[in-house]
Write a protein that binds this ligand. Structure first.
Ligand SMILES: NC(=O)c1ccc[n+]([C@@H]2O[C@H](COP(=O)([O-])OP(=O)(O)OC[C@H]3O[C@@H](n4cnc5c(N)ncnc54)[C@H](O)[C@@H]3O)[C@@H](O)[C@H]2O)c1
Length: 376
């Protein structure tokens, strides 16, 4: 079995999640997938790095990510750091001819992502961005409906990604609230997922008009501290969009959306049919076809089943619940197939750049109060 030796940078939430998902992918897909080797982990927090060795099974650890990126025993650099480090780590990894999995968003600016995409195009390495929702069997199903013309001409996309994870004003400041670390607020963190779905299903956005608000303007420096630190970026943002395919849309995201836990939902309306999906009810794709008998016409629910790309990896029968981590499992299978067999994948650095230039345009529009056109 061919080995892929993994160097993990950042052993926080996603670092752990990736390591678990890679192990699960191997169990589900078997030796044909290739053999992951947990070679080395880098985390600036020594305790996190040590724990990743003890719990997740990495052979070695370091606090210096550059040492990992330059290590000849590493084939794949898996970037799970805060956003601002994606650019420097990915650039160094490309320069060292490593395959890369980079968590979303690709970087904190369109300029950085463009540079990475251009550099990646000149290197013969896999350059993958972690937009896991693209691997959701629901996305595959919706994409197939669009491609088969079942929805007719696409007219409109409406979507939000709302969570109330940061609703409590007593939660301390984190890297997600400071632009030099995150690039933007809810927009880059949650909105990038929504934009990735929009990009994959609708194609490029050509113009945006955005409004945003920072509702919780400062947060404690640390938990329980009386010292307050300003929040620099959007808690909530709402965007009007025009698409290259002629459709229009509204997209929005909030990290303080009272009552919403993981409300990534969108509707695509076409002249022949429409689709609505909500990740909180991951198994349910709601579809409406104008071709149905008029007496029966109405939105109906299709439960995910083995007909929908990727679902059959987990279950042979439909309607049995899959989860967030299962999207990650499918991502790592796709990544390994790209590395070992040269198989195609959608979410490369060029794709990540297209998402980030849309995010950049939204930031510019919210600042200027003007429509911003995106060069295509
Ligand atoms: N795909 C998804 O659904 C999803 C979900 C959550 C987070 N993310 C993305 O994953 C990335 C990490 O987010 P997280 O929630 O895991 O963050 P986290 O804060 O839980 O973990 C980040 C880790 O990086 C480490 N780190 C910080 N600076 C470092 C450095 N210089 N060198 C090495 N390690 C360093 C930290 O010590 C920490 O262990 C972000 O880009 C985020 O947008 C994606």
């Amino acid at each position: 079995m061919q080995e892929i030796r993994i160097g993990l940078v950042g052993a926080g939430w996603m670092g752990k999640d990736h390591s678990v998902s890679i192990a699960n992918a191997l169990m589900l897909f078997g030796p044909d997938m290739g053999k992951p080797v947990y070679e080395i982990v880098a985390d600036v927090n020594e305790a996190n790095a040590r724990q990743a060795c003890e719990k997740l099974g990495y052979r070695r650890w370091t606090t210096d990510w550059m040492e990992l990126v330059q290590d000849p025993a590493v084939d794949l650099v898996d970037i799970c750091t805060p956003n601002h480090l994606h650019y420097v780590v990915a650039k160094a990894a490309l320069e060292n001819n490593k395959h890369i999995f980079c968590e979303k968003p690709l970087s904190i600016s369109a300029a950085e992502s463009k540079e990475l995409a251009e550099l990646a195009a000149r290197r013969n390495v896999v350059n993958y961005v972690g937009f896991n929702n693209l691997l959701n069997p629901a996305t595959a199903y919706i994409r197939s409906l669009i491609q088969a013309g079942r929805l007719g001409q696409i007219v409109r996309f409406t979507g939000t990604y709302d969570q109330d994870m940061l609703l409590d004003p007593q939660l301390p400041i984190t890297w997600r609230h400071i632009n030099k670390y995150s690039g933007s607020g809810a927009l880059g963190d949650l909105g990038s997922h929504l934009f990735s779905i929009s990009q994959a299903l609708m194609g490029d956005i050509t113009a945006v008009n955005a409004v945003q608000r920072t509702v919780i303007k400062e947060r404690p420096k640390t938990a329980g501290s009386a010292e307050m630190v300003p929040v620099e970026n959007d808690d909530v943002i709402q965007i009007l969009a025009e698409y290259k395919n002629g459709a229009i849309g509204t997209l929005g995201t909030s990290r303080i959306a009272t009552g919403r836990k993981n409300y990534l939902q969108f509707e695509i309306q076409g002249t022949l049919g429409s689709v609505h999906y909500n990740l909180e009810k991951m198994m349910e794709v709601n579809v409406y076809f104008k071709s149905d008998d008029p007496a029966d016409r109405g939105y109906r629910t299709v439960l995910l089943n083995p007909e929908h790309g990727g679902y059959g990896t987990f279950f042979g029968a439909g309607g049995i619940a899959i989860s967030f981590n299962d999207m990650k499992v499918l991502e790592f299978h796709e990544l390994f197939a790209a590395v070992l067999k040269g198989e195609p994948y959608l979410s490369d650095f060029e794709f990540g750049y297209h998402v980030d230039r849309t995010i950049g345009a939204c930031i510019e529009s919210a600042r200027s109060g003007q429509w911003v056109r995106i060069e295509n």
